[in-house]
Ligand binder design. Structure first.
Ligand SMILES: [Zn+2]
Ligand SMILES: [Zn+2]
Length: 188
């Protein structure tokens, strides 16, 4: 990576960068906490964390008190964060997804409560809602469509005993209730 701080001592030259007055480093804005639209913290994340830690050490016990006070003054926000942490998405989004799938698993179509949120691991995008059984099933096959297809083919053909799952007319069945092997009939 290019050392931005060395080349541009003044952060104002690069609009996407800021210079932290504490450590003196110039970092991209992602290195600063976002306060509100268009406004970033004055200090970089590392410095802000250090400052917060120092403040807590200088004011033992005050942090818990302030946290409690804030929770009491912002019940709606507390409820929002609780909902969000439970599902990784806010409750309203989850409910909308459940409704869109009719409360049923996207694979087996059976109703399930609750439905698991199935993420694509690489992108963290939500693929859909699944029942626990199907969700674990995908996991067992490493979320690999090729493996899952191979498993389906296995079940449909080679892996199963050759008579299983097929419907056989009565005349094709032997005395043991199983169909006569095709090569054993003689006059085929
Ligand atoms: Zn800093
Ligand atoms: Zn299912």
């Amino acid at each position: 990576m290019v050392d931005v701080a060395e080349r541009t001592p003044d952060a104002r030259v690069l609009p996407m960068h800021r210079r932290c007055p504490r450590c003196g480093e110039t970092k991209p804005t992602s290195g600063f906490y976002w306060l509100k639209l268009g406004r970033h913290d004055r200090y970089c994340k590392e410095c802000r964390r250090a400052l917060t830690k120092e403040w807590r050490e200088r004011n033992p016990g005050r942090h818990d008190g302030l946290k409690r006070e804030w929770s009491r003054d912002n019940p709606a926000k507390v409820a929002f964060y609780n909902r969000k942490s439970r599902y990784g998405i806010i409750r309203e989004q989850y409910d909308a997804l459940v409704k869109a799938q009719g409360g049923r698993c996207a694979i087996c179509r059976k109703p399930a409560e609750p439905l698991d949120i199935d993420h694509q691991h690489s992108t963290k995008l939500i693929r859909g809602l699944l029942c626990g059984r199907c969700n674990r099933g995908l996991g067992h096959f490493q979320d690999d469509p090729a493996l899952l297809l191979a498993a389906a083919m296995y079940l449909l053909s080679a892996g199963s005993t050759w008579w299983a799952g097929a419907w056989w007319p009565a005349w094709a069945l032997g005395p043991d209730g199983r169909p006569n092997p095709p090569h054993a009939s003689g006059d085929g």
